[in-house]
Design a protein around this ligand. Structure first.
Ligand code: URP
Ligand code: ZN
Ligand code: ZN
Length: 467
């Protein structure tokens, strides 16, 4: 059935205007004032609502075997959580570990999603080993429309690649026109610092941050940028958490390195004192890179406002309290990660737009449009235009509420943002014209979400410096 959304205020990354939107066959087919209503059209009145393009979370984990356990969400739970929070597409990290086969992993991750998602999704393919088969396997995966890779410069012997493997991955990516996302920390230093701290009896969650200090993240970011510069590849730093790493990335960008930056929700709002709390309270807040000293917040917010931080993701990764307790006597065993998929849009709107720290256009850009552009989804996603997918968020800026694990849809028994107030929430959310959320509640259909197959960038020129 066709859908007409009337009287709303459309807000994109560049424009703001009052208009009606007409949707047929999953796409926006007309935008204008006082559009006629053909018979059989469903009409939604958006008076008082802001209409945003569906938000895109560029960094989530759903199926994640990690640190001896599995993250708790499934596609059924995560996609509903995403939608009630205004996210209509997400990109999951497909993460087979170093001992696993990349193609088998890719098939497994796809099987976890197929027919189960209520929103659209794509994958970043993790390269966790580069051997004689890897190049051919990655070519196959790229030909299937998964045109972004992920490398970890941390998690030694599990997800982590060494410098040689990073080099090979970036060379291939430059040839194929594929963007490479990277977790930037120095695996060797993290491992040595962890061992040293544990040997001294420093086992509590408050030692997680000192085991992965800002300098170690800045080193990883600098090294990634240097490898991008040398290979001519295009890169994207995931979950950048601190001012020294930001400086490394922005300096690289200023000298022409093709590097973009993502920071994630927790690093804008939470700080290391949360992880320093005793017992389970501290365990809840363990992630990598770790929560930092609060002085980094101003740097991240300012870089987000200026666009030096390109995108805001979540690194959504729900481990429940029992799982967190696996590391109660040894911080290196605490499963890393916290949930955020459901809360990203509302919390960044509240602490960014409503508090005057972020323009509405930059908000849309950072949470939707920029990710669509970087990851080959634009203008199908991340835009409100004739021909774009009708992924729309009718946002109610007058809503007031409080985040709580008691009411969230994520499959987890705690929220890192428990008690945080929100000033605004999605009222209606559509995925390709299908109403999936009404009055803030999921009313839609599971399984309609599609794998988003993407194209590649024009091939880059390859190495800048002869080796
Ligand atoms: O702590 C985190 N971030 N857990 C998920 C794995 C990763 O590094 O993205
Ligand atoms: Zn990571
Ligand atoms: Zn991650």
């Amino acid at each position: 059935m066709a859908l007409l959304i009337r009287n709303g205020e459309v807000v994109t990354s560049t424009e703001r205007y009052h208009a009606d939107l007409y949707i047929e066959d999953e796409t926006i087919t007309r935008i204008g004032k006082d559009l006629a209503v053909p018979q059989g059209t469903e009409v939604i009145d958006a008076t008082g609502k802001l209409i945003f393009p569906g938000f895109i979370d560029p960094h989530v984990h759903i199926y994640l075997p990690f640190m001896g356990t599995f993250a708790k969400d499934t596609y059924e739970t995560a996609s509903v959580a995403a939608l009630v929070g205004g996210t209509t597409s997400f990109i999951e990290m497909c993460c087979p570990n170093r001992t696993e086969d990349a193609l088998e992993g890719y098939a497994l991750w796809k099987s976890k999603a197929e027919g189960r998602s209520a929103c659209d999704y794509a994958f970043h393919m993790a390269v966790t080993r580069f051997d004689d088969h890897t190049e051919q396997q990655l070519r196959t995966i790229v030909a299937d429309g998964t045109t972004s890779f992920k490398i970890f410069l941390s998690y030694k012997n599990f997800f982590g690649v060494d410098d040689g493997e990073m080099y090979q991955t970036l060379k291939l990516a430059a040839e194929l026109g594929v963007i490479v996302t990277a977790h930037c920390e120095n695996a060797e230093l993290v491992s040595r610092l962890q061992q040293g701290l544990i040997a001294q009896g420093h086992t509590g969650s408050e030692w997680h941050e000192p085991s992965r200090p800002e300098t170690v993240e800045a080193e990883g970011t600098t090294r990634f940028a240097t490898f991008l510069e040398t290979t001519g590849a295009t890169g994207y730093v995931v979950h950048l958490s601190c001012a020294p790493a930001l400086k490394a990335a922005t300096e690289a960008r200023a000298r022409g390195v093709k590097i973009s930056v993502e920071s994630v929700l927790p690093h804008f709002l939470l700080d290391k004192t949360q992880a320093e709390q005793a017992g389970i309270e501290g365990l809840k807040y363990i992630m990598s890179p770790p929560l930092r000293d609060k002085r980094n917040h101003a740097a991240l917010w300012s870089a987000l406002a200026s666009g030096q931080v390109d995108t805001v993701g979540t690194d959504h990764c729900p481990f429940d309290l029992d799982q967190k307790l696996m590391g109660k006597d040894n911080f290196t065993l605490i499963p890393n990660g916290i949930p955020g998929l459901e809360d990203r849009v509302n919390l960044i709107y509240t602490h960014g737009v409503a508090r005057g720290n972020l323009s509405l256009h930059r908000f849309v850009d950072a949470l939707s449009t920029r990710a669509a552009k970087l990851f080959g989804l634009y203008p199908r996603k991340g835009e409100i235009a004739v021909g774009s997918d009708a992924d729309l968020v009718l946002y109610d800026p007058a809503y007031r509420g409080t985040i709580s694990a008691a009411t969230h849809k994520v499959n987890n028994d705690y929220s890192g943002f428990e008690g945080y107030e929100i000033e605004g929430r999605p009222s209606v959310v559509t995925v390709r014209g299908k109403v999936q959320v009404r009055d803030g509640a999921f009313v839609g259909q599971q399984g309609i979400g599609r794998l988003l197959r993407r194209g590649v960038m024009p091939a880059t020129s390859g190495e800048k410096h002869a080796s």
